[in-house]
Design a protein around this ligand. Structure first.
Ligand code: ATP
Length: 339
């Protein structure tokens, strides 16, 4: 297996000729390592450079500066046929007039190793538990979106792989199909561990499939870690607000005698090295705020049911600040009421 290293890579896109707009720095001095056999998910807002990063890691794009290394060898020095990259895109990128079997066997056929195709197909089908054999004689237009993605994944895996790169492979699937496809892919990645980068918008998918998650913003890497690390110890306000199922509460405040004080509440212990008067923003997750008798009172101004979690996200006005909290779905709460 292969370690992928990105060393200070930068990629700019020049403006179109005659355009008034400036060029874009899609990836900005970004360094990152994916250990052999690990799956790294890349999360970040639209346009932050995730797909560009993936295309750089695949060698489809060349960085303007910096380098992409596979096992410490610059990708530019590895002949294309020895790179062993499997890619799975949102659109599947299958050849439309070839039946699934031919699409899947494409890379092995290129190397005159057609005789290995049936065994590989049987292995992939047995790991995922899906009836891949039923799809083999159909062409992509005769397959559903989910089936096309299964064929696309089987094609990526039916070759000698060093790395697997995914660009939002399940983005076009409905929630139900997506959950199934995720489980199948997880089984495949467990059974056939391959160093992988997985670009997604979906935090649930990132948590389910990856060992670590990289959060990007405007071409830069903000933080890399497990979901727990990102959730409980975000390095900045961006990561704190980007990661997590519900919007986090932020409160401005200051340090006094090593403790945090906000406008309406405080006295929380802080790191010892912050001088008095330092501005510090407190972040409190809505699931850590509880609705209970005898607490402080606030007026409800918005309620969002979270049906899957059997709870509701309640927004409350309290002493000029707005709080979000998670309450059980069966706890009666009404807009305009004081709780
Ligand atoms: P999304 O989540 O919406 O797919 P992304 O995070 O994958 O976005 P990229 O597709 O990598 O983002 O794009 C990063 C930036 O680079 C964007 O501002 C985009 O407009 C720009 N960009 C991407 N490809 C090109 C290109 N070929 N030419 C010019 N600009 C590009």
């Amino acid at each position: 297996m292969t370690t992928i290293t990105l060393e200070h890579i930068t990629k700019r896109f020049a403006p179109e000729v005659g355009s008034q707009t400036q060029g874009v720095i899609a990836v900005n001095n970004l360094s990152l390592k994916v250990a052999s056999g690990d799956v790294l998910a890349v999360l970040g807002p639209s346009g932050c450079g995730k797909s560009t990063l993936l295309r750089l890691a695949a060698g489809i794009l060349e960085p303007d500066s910096g380098a992409v290394l596979y096992d410490n060898i610059d990708l530019r020095d590895i002949p294309i046929r020895d790179r062993g990259i499997g890619m799975v895109f949102q659109e599947g990128a299958l050849i439309p007039h070839w039946e699934a079997r031919r699409n899947i066997g494409f890379f092995l056929r290129l190397r005159q190793r057609e005789q290995e195709i049936p065994e590989r197909l049987a292995r992939i089908a047995s790991i995922t538990g899906i009836g891949l054999d039923k799809l083999l004689d159909r062409r992509p237009p005769q397959l559903s979106g989910g089936e096309r993605q299964r064929v696309g994944i089987a094609r990526a895996l039916a070759r000698d792989l060093r790395v697997l790169l995914f660009d939002e492979p399940f983005a076009n699937l409905d929630a139900h199909y997506r959950a199934e496809a995720r489980i199948e892919l997880k089984r495949l990645l467990n059974a056939l561990p391959t160093t992988s980068i997985y670009v997604t918008h979906d935090q649930t998918e990132a948590v389910a499939l990856s060992h670590r998650i990289a959060v990007m913003r405007e071409g830069r890497l903000e933080q890399v870690g497990t979901y727990q690390q990102l959730y409980h110890s975000p390095v900045n306000i961006f990561v704190a607000s980007f990661i997590g199922p519900n919007p986090i509460n932020f409160f401005p405040g200051r340090v006094h005698n090593g403790r945090w004080y906000g406008e309406n509440f405080g006295d929380f212990p802080l790191r010892r090295d912050l001088p008095d008067g330092t501005r510090v923003t407190a972040g409190i997750r809505p699931e850590n705020v509880r609705l209970q008798p005898g607490g402080v009172y606030g007026v409800v101004d918005h309620i969002t049911p979270l049906l899957a979690e059997r709870s509701q996200l309640v927004s409350v006005h309290l002493a000029g600040e707005r709080w979000s909290l998670v309450a059980p779905l069966d706890q009666p709460v009404e807009i305009g009421s004081t709780i």
